[in-house]
Design a protein around this ligand. Structure first.
Ligand SMILES: [Zn+2]
Length: 282
């Protein structure tokens, strides 16, 4: 059995076949957490999880990029429900997210965090960065209130400022009761170590199959610190790169890590399963 700890079957990319995709995964013993990126996709993740007796859970959150106005060309058809294609920066509502977060199928708060990579021409960047930080702090409060872990998205640099450094500072100064996972980790071994010291797991997905860039980091990490994810429909692992990703492909991520670490697939599977069950209380 595997758990895909970061899937988006709640996104528009699966509007025609979400249940088929989920059933295909469950029948192969691949369970999943569907992660929200804004209120509508968070709510949909919760509804979806409640349709299944077991094996499907939800995380609710507001992805930092959703805080900024996005130009039409920038729209992500994979993510947004069709009727919201012209959406502009969501207004954060603490109470609405808190209510969703209390649902018993919700096992984490996410994805939330910092994103310094998707700023556009004309953005007031300093303002957006402080907005992202403030909203992230609000979600830390929600996580602590419902005692659930965080699924953190963190990416990019702005001039000299690295999002990972800012994130680390926030987490050091604002302890989270249940820590969480740094999803789609793309940082250095040094920074990974600091997150691990704070109790966080490192989320690995199909990106590690694209090149050898992550081999060294993975070799140096302990299995107890890794959880598996797909981030589907994005980041499809080799040899399916270019196709729409789905939770089943978490097995390819597992296989790649087992190869790099020269360990058996069984051992890798056992450890990462244990890590996710413990982290998300599954
Ligand atoms: Zn994601």
């Amino acid at each position: 059995m595997h758990i895909d700890t970061h899937a988006h079957v709640n996104f528009n990319a699966y509007k025609d076949d979400a249940d088929e995709v989920i059933k295909r995964s469950l029948s192969e013993d691949v369970f999943m957490i569907n992660v929200g990126s804004q209120y509508s996709t968070s709510k949909r993740a919760v509804e979806m999880a409640n349709r299944y007796e077991t094996g499907v859970w939800a995380a609710v959150g507001l992805y930092p990029v959703q805080l900024q106005k996005r130009s039409f060309e920038y729209q992500d058809d994979y993510e947004l429900p069709q009727e919201e294609i012209k959406t502009i920066g969501e207004e954060f509502d603490y109470k609405k997210y808190l209510e969703l977060a209390k649902d018993e199928k919700v096992v984490a708060i996410g994805e939330v965090g910092l994103d310094y990579k998707h700023f556009e021409e004309g953005d007031d960047i300093q303002n957006l960065i402080s907005l992202q930080k403030n909203i992230f702090l609000e979600f830390i409060n929600i996580a602590n209130e419902v005692k659930k872990p965080l699924i953190i998205h963190c990416w990019g640099n702005y001039a000299e400022t690295k999002a990972y450094d800012d994130l680390l500072e926030i987490l050091q100064n604002n302890p989270v009761k249940k820590a969480g996972v740094i999803h789609s980790f793309m940082g250095s071994r040094k920074i990974a170590k600091k997150f691990i010291e704070l109790g966080y797991k490192i989320g690995m997905n199909g990106v590690i199959t694209y090149s050898e860039s992550y081999d060294k980091l993975i070799r140096e990490m302990e299995l107890k610190d890794i959880v598996l994810e797909t981030d589907c429909p994005y980041l499809t692992p080799v040899p399916h790169k270019g196709e729409r990703n789905e939770p089943l492909h978490v097995r390819l991520v597992a296989k790649k890590i087992a190869q790099i670490k020269e360990t058996s697939l069984e051992e890798l599977q056992k450890m990462t399963l244990h890590n996710s069950q413990e982290l998300f209380d599954l």
